[in-house]
Design a protein. Structure first.
Lengths: 660, 180
């Protein structure tokens, strides 16, 4: 019964979304206020109905209602509660329902927080938002109904893939979706602006916090996913340039570029058509990811149930949403008024430079991801594009971007003084070169890879350059007495920028060190045998069988010694899940600032030894710390007073909007 | 000129969309094999030095019971991914797995098995240019073939075997063939 209510609520949501997609749009065109006003209550109702549907599916999972096919296929009574709940979005149908739930939540948020918006812009944006809803609700109802019943219901479900039974992964999809779907806000507002034919700083000031929020969620989702891959897959890797990873990385790149170009629109009223394009591209990449994952056109380790019929449907959506908006862009964007002019050497210029590099980076990732498809379609044979391509093409593009990142925040708007800025960065440049030389010396010259020195130089340049910029802003050297006061009064968006840029520098350290200097030892180890991994002597002490809630584990105990002193015990596990019967490995990781010791237990061999994989991975913690600083920077910037409701700036925004 | 530039995104997207449409009709995992339902090719492959076998892999080894032939190489990155699971299957004793060390230095091929575990009952070396694998219709590694009791190839799987693919696709086929 409850499942039927959920199904029915989805149908109602579709009807409401149809009204919301048409009436406000016509109203905005004809200037009928009451028609435009439909958008508010409609988006609230749409959210309510979809929330009811989501709640109904959640209920089916929590109560293990196996007469619902989706639950029977993906859940099991023995599963811990957290994974019953996470099971809702651990499958194709449920994850789509989460997708539209978040979409309608964002629409609802516009109604809630967007009272100050010009009514025309708001109702048009909500109508566009509703069009996306219509597409996805139709997709769910026609091809992927999560509420389909099964007759007769099985006694128990077939379980969730044990590798997905992990807290890191339970929260990874919701964050990613909040990110992907969050970009729909920028998209809807971009389309609304194209329809109105006007983009102004008020538009950017409204779009930026939503883009920022989406970006924070997406960053969180990607970091969580990488972290999960690192500690559960048992290979010690965290990024594989897999098509599905790329599908999340491309919108991230476009979104990051969008965040920065929206600043230029907001402050300088320039780069408008470029910003609109990025807003369409960021959401377009999100939709593209959905298409790639669910249509089966590419092979990926992320196996979703694929079905060509669904693929045709998503492709249709993609063509309508992206093709349609690009066409609108081609017609409307040329008429858009050029804003403030600027010299190439200026903050706008350097932001644009990095924007272009980031867009090029996203394009190369797209090319690498789709190349197998191109080759197949053109009968050039089956190929796969792996990490070597991406590392060789993408990373070199990012190096100049990082160089400019340290310089850009110090440049003045309109016309910058490059010589002056470089003068302030003289010491930083010297330190970056010194770091490169030191790293080269410590790794024994060409005994290590050549790019480590470059990686560290970039990290030092960006990290210290960001701090020098901060020092300059608060007048640390000029007037140290009042520096603290100035630091407290610094806009939060500046602190956000400092945190995020510094975070990237920290991340680069982790990336460089962990890719270059990982020590890997794979062998058969007998009980009592010691293997030396870097500075650590790793001794296999015992392997015992331990029962878990829905699995049985073989738990190994390793003694870790350094300089003859025992420093820790580590207990990796090899689990055999009962339902579905699948093995997983749980690595034991000892994290430190200098690096992680990563221990995996494998199978027993005939002679009673165990296959063990022991890694020492330098600076992995820096990767997560860098990711955390990026997210923190986003959060601080989001808390900036000009983004908050009721802040003085807000009134001015509304004023500008109403006047224009 | 300027407005031409604004047309660019929609044109690029149009080309992409055409490729996607074409791509929907293609299956990246499936490459038609002319050898399905044909007997395994005649072969007498040399043993892997160091493994202690007196002989490698012969056509006769694939007759009389259902078996899986797995193509690997020490140079193959994706093989590392499926390998632990193959070792797992070997431990469960479900079905014998035969390895073909393809286009590889046999010494490296053996070292690789020592490093990652040895799931194979027999291993044959197919040195460059890899004639036997060509007879099998191999396009890349890893690739696996299910061979029935009569020594006839019944199924070909391209790419790494994952637990999902194993339990949902390969295992049912093997069970079915074992009943015959």
């Amino acid at each position: 019964m409850i499942a039927e209510i959920g199904h029915f609520a989805l149908v109602l949501a579709l009807c409401v979304a149809l009204v919301q997609a048409i009436v406000p749009l016509v109203g905005a065109r004809r200037g009928v206020d009451s028609w435009m006003a439909v958008s508010g209550p409609a988006s609230t109702m749409q959210f309510l109905f979809i929330a009811i549907a989501f709640g109904a599916l959640m209920n089916a999972y929590v109560t293990s209602d196996f007469s619902v096919m989706n639950v029977a296929q993906n859940s099991h009574t023995e599963k811990p509660m957290l994974y019953k709940v996470a099971g809702v979005w651990g499958n194709h149908e449920g994850s789509l329902l989460l997708w539209v739930t978040i979409l309608s939540l964002f629409g609802f948020a516009v109604t809630l927080f967007g009272r100050n918006l010009p009514p025309g812009l708001r109702s048009r944006a909500l109508a566009v938002q509703a069009m996306i809803s219509v597409g996805f609700l139709l997709f769910i109802l026609l091809t992927s109904n999560p509420f389909a019943r099964i007759e007769p219901p099985p006694i128990d479900g077939s379980g969730l893939n044990p590798i997905l039974q992990d807290p890191g992964l339970a929260f990874h999809p919701p964050f990613l979706y909040l990110g992907y779907v969050g970009f729909s806000m920028a998209y809807s507002f971009a389309i609304a602006a194209l329809l109105e034919g006007r983009v102004d700083p008020a538009w950017a000031r409204w779009v930026r916090p939503w883009t920022l929020a989406a970006w924070i969620f997406l960053t969180c989702g990607i970091v969580l996913g990488s972290w999960w891959a690192y500690y559960t897959l048992g290979w010690g890797g965290w990024w594989y340039w897999d098509p599905v990873e790329n599908a999340s990385f491309m919108p991230w790149l476009a979104g990051t570029a969008l965040l920065h170009s929206a600043v230029v629109v907001e402050k300088r009223d320039a780069l408008k058509s470029w910003t609109i394009l990025l807003a369409i591209v960021a959401f377009g990449f999100s939709l593209l990811g959905t298409f790639l994952v669910r249509s089966g056109v590419l092979t990926s380790v992320h196996a979703f149930a694929t079905d060509p019929k669904r693929g045709v449907f998503v492709l249709g959506l993609l063509v309508l949403a992206v093709g349609g908006s690009f066409s609108l862009y081609a017609v409307r964007a040329p008429a858009m008024k050029m804003g403030g002019l600027f010299a190439p050497i200026s903050r706008e210029g350097s932001l644009l430079f990095n924007n272009v590099l980031m867009a090029t980076g996203a394009a190369t990732v797209l090319l690498g991801t789709l190349y197998p498809l191109f080759a197949d379609a053109l009968n050039l044979g089956k190929v796969s594009v792996g990490p070597p391509f991406f590392n060789a093409v993408f990373l070199p593009l990012m190096a100049p971007m990082v160089v400019v990142m340290a310089v850009a925040p110090m440049m003045a708007w309109k016309r910058g003084d490059l010589a002056g800025v470089l003068g302030r960065l003289k010491v930083v440049a010297a330190l970056a070169l010194a770091a490169a030389a030191l790293v080269w010396f410590l790794q024994g010259g060409s005994a290590g890879p050549w790019w480590t020195a470059g990686g560290f130089a970039l990290a030092v340049w960006l990290g210290l350059g960001t701090l020098v910029d901060l020092g300059g802003r608060i007048g640390l050297l000029r007037d140290p007495g009042r520096a603290l006061g100035r630091a407290l009064r610094l806009p939060r968006s500046s602190w956000g920028m400092v945190s995020a840029h510094f975070g990237l520098a920290v991340f680069i350290v982790g990336l460089t060190a962990s890719s270059a200097w990982t020590i890997e030892k794979i062998q058969t180890q007998a009980i009592g045998e010691t293997v030396q991994v870097g500075d650590y002597a790793v001794t296999l002490k015992a392997v015992e069988t331990v029962p878990g809630p829905n699995y049985t584990a073989a738990r190994a105990t390793f003694d870790i010694a350094r300089d003859g002193q025992s420093v820790a015990l580590m207990q990796p596990e090899k689990r055999q899940y009962r339902m579905p019967p699948r093995p997983t490995t749980t690595a034991a990781i000892r994290s430190g600032i200098a690096g992680d010791l990563y221990v995996v237990i494998g199978d027993e061999d005939i002679k009673g030894g165990f296959v063990t994989r022991l890694y020492y991975k330098p600076c992995v913690l820096w990767l997560w710390a860098g990711g955390a600083l990026l997210v923190l920077g986003g959060l601080i910037s989001l808390a900036d007073r000009r983004h908050r409701i009721g802040a003085p700036a807000r009134a001015r925004v509304a004023g500008v909007g109403a006047k224009a | 000129m300027r407005s031409g530039l604004y047309m660019l995104p929609v044109l690029v997207f149009g080309v992409l969309a055409l490729f996607f449409l074409k791509g929907l009709g293609l299956n990246p995992r499936e490459i038609p094999s002319v050898l399905i339902d044909r007997p395994v090719p005649e072969m007498t492959l040399a043993p892997l030095p160091g493994r202690g076998d007196s002989r490698g892999l012969d056509t006769a080894d694939l007759k009389g019971r259902v078996s899986v032939v797995n193509i690997y190489g020490s140079w193959c990155i994706a093989c590392v991914q499926e390998h632990p699971y193959l070792v797992e299957i070997k431990k469960s004793g479900t079905v014998p797995i035969m390895g073909i060390d393809w286009r590889d230095d046999p010494v490296m091929g053996y070292a690789w098995l020592k490093k990652h575990g040895d799931p194979y009952e027999r291993v044959g070396v197919d040195p460059p240019p890899g004639r036997t694998a060509v007879d099998f219709g191999v396009t890349g590694a890893p690739e696996s073939f299910i061979v029935d009791k009569a020594g006839i190839i019944r199924y070909k799987h391209i790419g790494p075997i994952t637990p999902d693919i194993w339990t949902r696709t390969l295992l049912p086929i093997i069970r079915e063939l074992e009943k015959k």
